[in-house]
Design a protein around this ligand. Sequence first.
Ligand SMILES: *Cc1c(COP(=O)(O)O)cnc(C)c1O
Length: 461
Amino acid sequence: MTTQTTQRTYRLEQKRRITGEFPGPKSAELAARRAKVVAGGVASSVPVYVADADGGIIVDVDGNSFIDLGSGIAVTSVGASDPAVAEAVREQVGHFTHTCFMVSPYEGYIAVAEKLAQLTPGDHEKRSVLFNSGAEAVENAVKVARVATGRTAVVAFDHAYHGRTNLTMGLTAKANPYKSSPAGSFGPFAPEIYRVPMSYPFREEAELKGEDAARRAITMIEKQIGAENVAAILIEPIQGEGGFIVPAEGFLPALAAWAKEKGVVFIADEVQAGFCRTGAWFASDHEGIVPDIITMAKGIAGGMPLSAITGRADLLDAVHPGGLGGTYGGNPVACAAALAAIESMEQQDLNARARSIEEQVMGRLRRLAEELGANSIIGEVRGRGAMLALEFVQAGTAATTKEPNPAATKAIADACLKAGVVILTCGTYGNVIRLLPPLVISDELLADALDVLEAAIREAA
Ligand SMILES: *Cc1c(COP(=O)(O)O)cnc(C)c1O
């Protein structure tokens, strides 16, 4: 089943090619201009500047072609210039770019909400609100949960990432770089945020079952906060920035069941995992959980900025008219892009495509891990669909202390980049390489990228 589910035609040649110096002279020139005007607090993982991108390829200003295993952080699942998305955007900008849905509404917003009601888990009555960024979606899910429950506490998890605005920084677990560094802190942070342990099978005492990990979190919530004070539990069904952590089976259903019993709003943050990324419309689908509210962004609109919350009608409608919104939320061009991107996902069956990518990548990486042996730097290979990761440890510690190995992780990512593969790292300990290819990448290009990655891992091992 390693054949592609669809035959695509690509605008750009799907081939890796590094010519001459790296970074090239034009990228170096842009880097020099950037240093004079762009704030130092904004960092880029890649030192080259983009001229074009399509399918699984990013072309830089010096004519180098890189294989894209990042999708701009899980955004361009349908490709960076999906013809259907491009056409829908062109069509919409020819009519109107903005009127503000809170002033003079339009159909695209409603059509996106209809689609979200259809695609998100559960067949209950649903309502949606559209925004621009993932962080904004998370903030608004919390706003809704607080009004609907009359409670204030929000429970978030170890290794969580929910964004960089004030409330979402507080919800995010990792301090550096998101909340503070030796240079200073972005705080103070919002009150009434409580952190409880995640289920992280690789770093857990052996055999801690999902239900037991959920019980550990629930006990902490009941003893330290009190269920009656909790407005919402907020969780990524598969954690993204924290390290592509897939909780033990049974963890999410047990939490969801507890939340339901206690009148706590269960919010699934699917900003990174949603929209075919994991081989299902939502990561929640893998364990059959039906969240009260889902937050979405990244993959939703083929690269245009759009985010959404979709949830139970009784919760969303508890908010007074005028209580939710924003100038740009549900921008008509972004809505047109989302409708086209979702249609592309359906027509090309990108859920099946993500599962095929999983099969190809997991097969290769598991064979490599086996060959390098239990004492190698590969601690674990994990993930679902096209949201896959390798966690690296110090050689010889995989079975014992699992000492994180961020140096090898960085060396591998750097070696891949020099060879023409854009690869992202993540993880609380900076020791995870994550693979987030566009779902429309060809099998040949994916295989070539894996050759490069495999060589880099062997070199570091
Ligand atoms: C990226 C991300 C966010 C924040 O989205 P932005 O669009 O960057 O604000 C929130 N939650 C998760 C799970 C994410 O991966």
